[in-house]
Design a binder for this molecule. Sequence first.
Ligand code: FES
Length: 102
Amino acid sequence: MPIAKPEMHFFICNSYRVSGQAQGACNSKEAGDLLAYLETEILDRGMDAQVSGCGCLKVCTEGPVMVVYPEGKWFGQVDEEKMDAILDAIEDDEDTSELEIA
Ligand code: FES
């Protein structure tokens, strides 16, 4: 049976460890709150996207880190303001390279 697959998938590092506990750089920078913020924004904007928290993406100094697929774009130092700018750019099909991790 086919499943509904979203156009985009956002992963936010929540620093999960094997134990399931969220510990680490991104989590200590309120990445958990960003996950909830992004979920709300996706719904408010009516975007066909899924949001998932994930384990360490191995660029901890850039935290909080978010990766967007299918584009494979990586964003660092993400806060609510930067999240809004990223979502605005995606919705308007604008270049996000200045917001991405170099
Ligand atoms: S804890 Fe987020 S990239 Fe390592």
